[in-house]
Design a protein around this ligand. Structure first.
Ligand code: HPA
Length: 284
């Protein structure tokens, strides 16, 4: 399998960003479905549409704005993706994860990802926020792994470990912030599927039996690439719907439902993220 991008492609995109903002971000933020409003909190912002950045694909999903917002948030300098790329849009996994490598070349050492997810854990309810402890890279295991192809040693090793993708210290910081803000933070394992369809009832039962607590169509490829590149990683799933595990049950998950739940969760997720930024800014 050929690599989609070379090191000089990633550097060209990073150089473009450097030339178009005076900010020098150290934290990358990926805002998932329904969550992109959080970027409005970024101050002194430079906004760069994906269409202007060399090699960036264009996000095609409703609710994904498709631009980078670079500026300051709670004392930290961040580069936020307002909208991400998904495998189901027809992009290769290397296109999906291009922004993460560009961020790394830009000097970002910490990646914070958010997503919308279906709750598999029976104790989860719509509106919950789950700290991602670990993941199941189902799509990668099945052969669509962004790390396939010639390895770029400048990022990381050919055979990266994956038993500590989500940085322990960052998870502890998130816990502390949640406790102080009285936010009921759940924990669990996220599993990425290709999408774009939601799951059958039988699939939901299978995913649960495998030990997954939340299911979605993003994130894992991004966090694996970040981890490969030596970045610290923190992830949150927002539970926008409860996955349906019973054949012929009433109701069905819809994209509108996902977007509506996102709006309810944004204030709490914002508080959580601002708290984490603040502590990271203080050297946590
Ligand atoms: N399944 C897959 N992806 C999702 C879901 C879901 O139930 N909710 C939000 N993204």
């Amino acid at each position: 399998m050929a690599n989609h991008f070379s090191l000089s492609n990633y550097d060209e995109a990073a150089d473009y960003l450097r030339a178009h903002t005076h900010h020098r971000p150290t934290i990358g933020l990926i805002l998932g479905s329904g969550l992109s409003g959080l970027a409005a909190r970024i101050e002194d912002a430079t906004v760069i549409p994906y269409a202007d950045i060399p090699f960036f694909p264009v996000s095609t999903v409703a609710g994904h704005a498709g631009r980078l917002v670079i500026g300051t948030l709670a004392g930290a300098t961040v580069c936020a993706m307002q909208g991400r790329f998904h495998y189901y849009e027809g992009y290769s996994m290397q296109q999906v994860t291009l922004p993460v490598r560009v961020m790394q070349r830009l000097g970002i050492d910490t990646l914070i990802v958010t997503n919308a997810a279906g709750g598999l854990n029976p104790s989860f309810a719509v509106g919950d926020i789950m700290l991602i402890d670990d993941h199941i890279n189902l799509v990668g295991m099945a052969g669509a792994n962004p790390l396939l192809g010639a390895n770029l040693e400048e990022f990381g090793p050919r055979f990266p470990a994956a038993n500590r993708v989500y940085t322990r210290r960052l998870r502890q910081v998130a816990e502390e912030v949640a406790r102080d803000a009285a936010i009921n933070l759940r924990h669990g394992v996220y599993i990425q599927l290709a999408g774009p369809n939601f799951e059958t009832a039988a699939e939901v039962r299978m995913l649960r039996a495998w030990g997954a607590d939340a299911v979605g169509m993003s994130t894992v490829a991004e966090t694996m690439v970040a981890h490969h590149a030596g970045m610290n990683v923190l992830g949150f799933s927002t539970i926008t719907n409860v996955a349906i595990d019973e054949l012929d049950a009433e109701g069905q998950p819809t994209h509108d439902e996902v977007m509506d739940a996102g709006k309810i969760i944004v204030p709490r997720l914002t508080e959580l993220l601002l708290g984490v930024m603040q502590r990271l800014g203080q050297g946590a």
